[in-house]
Unconditional design. Structure first.
Length: 369
């Protein structure tokens, strides 16, 4: 568990919750803990929330925060808001390290980046002066943004115009935005690997037989599309909830509300970009499969057309050979010294004429690719 006290000009980290209570009155508190820590120290956290905010988390919301497989959604009470947001992050074995069962069977094969995208849920409990975040075990997003906070609080960054989050809601949106941007950074690697896979599908010299891999990749992309849709719905519900808040009493408070709305719409726009990218990848894979089968059908048609033309060429030759193979006493040319060569010449001429005819009609030509 990491505990931060954030003011307009500084960020400090506390070692224990009781120390944070004393410093929370100077600004607001960010309590960032893993799901295991939240389960083990739930009573202590609830006591801190009661002391600082006058209210504890309800049981259903505690269950949501403890559930790592819950879809993205937004909920609220009269005292606090709850946002559960499923992340899309590249990882190796973080899910296995957390000790939890896999949410769905991992793809057996396919582009490695699809197997390394982790979709664990991150929970945000938003109070007036406290932000409680519940992350998967060893969440890199929490540590990365904590480091960014300390950098923003430095004198050099403040002189350059960097601003610390002004409220728990602002901090929550910045963390969510970083989570979404984390997937946007994976687009190049994901696109590169899928393009390489598509080239294998369309290569006429390649025999693509790994259809189970293709099915797993398509299912994974469809699964990511569903997650992004839930993310977009959750942020849209949050934006709608902001509109129902009471009017700010001061111009400064109104400006902060407007900035919060702008940041929320910016996060929603980033999610839209992720949704568009995932759907484009789905369509690209589907189009590659269709083009693969079309190319296979075209190659089959070329082979059948060539075999049909060769059959048509040899058909009259077989007819001539069958006629001269009949058991009659008298057949023209059969007893003549030059009969064999006349028959062979005639058969060769017929074959050449038919070959030239079929070549001009492009029955024997190879289809350009």
């Amino acid at each position: 568990m990491r505990i931060f006290t954030i003011t307009n000009t500084s960020v400090s980290e506390s070692a224990a919750l009781d120390q944070a209570i004393d410093t929370a009155r100077q600004g607001y508190l960010w309590i960032a803990c893993s799901r295991d820590d939240f389960a083990a120290r739930q009573n202590e956290i609830q006591t801190t929330l009661q002391a600082l905010c006058g209210m504890q988390l309800v049981d259903l919301h505690v269950s949501d925060l403890l559930n790592s497989f819950i879809p993205s959604h937004y909920d609220y009470t009269s005292q606090y808001d709850l946002l559960v947001f499923r992340r899309l992050a590249a990882t190796n074995d973080e899910r296995a390290a957390s000790g939890g069962p896999p949410e769905r069977p991992a793809p057996r094969s396919g582009p490695p980046i699809l197997r390394r995208i982790d979709t664990g849920a991150v929970g945000f409990a938003l109070f007036d002066h406290v932000l409680l975040t519940v992350h998967p075990t060893e969440c890199a997003i929490r540590d990365a943004y904590a480091a960014k906070l300390f950098v923003a609080a430095s004198a050099e960054s403040r002189a350059a115009g960097a601003r610390l989050p002004t409220s728990p809601a602002d901090l929550m949106l910045r963390i969510v935005n970083q989570m979404v941007d984390g997937f946007l950074e994976l687009r190049r690697e994901l696109t590169h690997q899928l393009d390489h896979w598509q080239s294998r599908l369309l290569d006429p010299k390649s025999r693509f037989n790994d259809w189970a891999t293709l099915l797993d990749a398509r299912l994974t992309l469809h699964y990511l599309d569903e997650i992004c849709e839930d993310q977009r719905t959750a942020i849209q519900d949050w934006i709608d909830a902001i509109k129902t808040w009471p009017e700010p009493p001061t111009a400064q408070a109104q400006r902060e509300r407007d900035l919060l709305s702008v940041r929320s719409r910016d996060v929603q726009e980033h999610i839209e970009r992720v949704v568009h990218h995932v759907r484009r990848l789905e369509q690209s894979v589907e189009s590659s499969v269709q083009m693969h089968f079309n190319a296979q059908g075209q190659r089959t048609n070329d082979i059948m057309r060539t075999l049909t033309a060769l059959t048509a060429i040899f058909l009259p030759l077989n007819l001539i050979a069958a006629i001269f193979g009949m058991n009659f006493d008298f057949i023209p040319l059969i007893h003549q010294h030059q009969g064999f060569w006349w028959a062979m010449g005639t058969m060769t001429s017929i074959a050449l004429c038919l070959g030239v005819l079929f070549w001009r009609k492009r029955y024997l030509a190879r289809t350009a690719r």
